[in-house]
Design a protein. Structure first.
Length: 253
């Protein structure tokens, strides 16, 4: 898929962004604002926002711990949003990986879905979750993953809490929300090894395209671009709704 030119939409969008100070989340924030999208960003520290975005009138920053927000406050932040993008992840440190909350992503996704359900919007809210290729999709789509890789991932999830958290969050969407919920529609985006770099050509796949031993690469800017496209392009979202697309950089020509 070629990134092309950001489309101009006739209808305004308001997106609730989680994890907007992270490496990929910051790129999502910048790209959304660049497209003229109104963004509500829940962040722990506003000082970690990308440079130059704080003064943008389309950005509303809520400095809070998402998991500590009351149900009423969270519903208030979700209300009026037609999409939620989550780039939440665990800080890469001993405390961030092994300390609480070990189920950050799963709890955040669950709470956001509960808030949407409570609001009962007329049109379903689109939830776009940043996941990872270490997450296995049920239904045979990821059948190319062999027994050895599955065993390795089983050990990883048992020993490294973020790996289990990512799988649990995807399982929650697949099993608890499903594809027939009248209020929540979702896509879980699975990049491979994340790299710096600008938006470039990338490819999208229903299932895995590489192994753990020979991974592909995905620019964080490309992940951000695809997530923003999912928010703005109804046909693209419908194509991937209820699925876990794998995104990788297109081969160099």
């Amino acid at each position: 898929m070629s990134p092309g030119v950001a489309r101009t939409m006739s209808d305004s969008h308001t997106v609730l962004l989680l994890g907007g100070t992270g490496r990929t989340g910051g790129r999502v924030l910048e790209q959304l604002l660049g497209r003229g999208v109104d963004v509500r960003a829940i962040v722990r520290s506003a000082g970690r926002l990308p440079a130059g975005v704080a003064a943008n009138p389309a950005l509303t920053v809520v400095e809070a711990d998402l998991l500590s927000l009351s149900d009423e406050d969270l519903r208030g932040l979700v209300q009026g949003c037609d999409a939620v993008i989550s780039c939440l992840g665990h800080v890469i440190s001993v405390k961030g990986v092994f300390g609480p909350p070990r189920d950050l992503v799963t709890r955040a996704v669950s709470r956001v879905c509960d808030a949407i359900e409570a609001l009962r919007p007329v049109e379903p809210v689109r939830l776009v979750l940043m996941s990872t290729v270490s997450v296995h999709r049920p239904g045979g789509v990821d059948a190319r993953r062999g027994g050895l890789e599955k065993a390795q991932l089983g050990v990883l999830r048992a020993l490294v809490p973020p790996a289990k958290d990512n799988q649990d969050a995807a399982d929650f969407l697949c099993d608890e929300v499903g594809t027939a919920d009248p209020f929540v529609e979702w896509v879980a985006v699975r990049p491979d090894t994340l790299l710096e770099g600008d938006v470039s050509d990338y490819t999208l796949h229903e299932g895995l395209v590489s192994s753990l031993a020979k991974p592909d690469s995905t620019n964080m800017a490309n992940v951000a671009h695809f997530m923003c496209e999912l928010v703005e392009d109804p046909a693209l979202f419908d194509r991937w709704a209820g699925k876990l697309p794998v995104i990788v950089n297109a081969p160099l020509k």
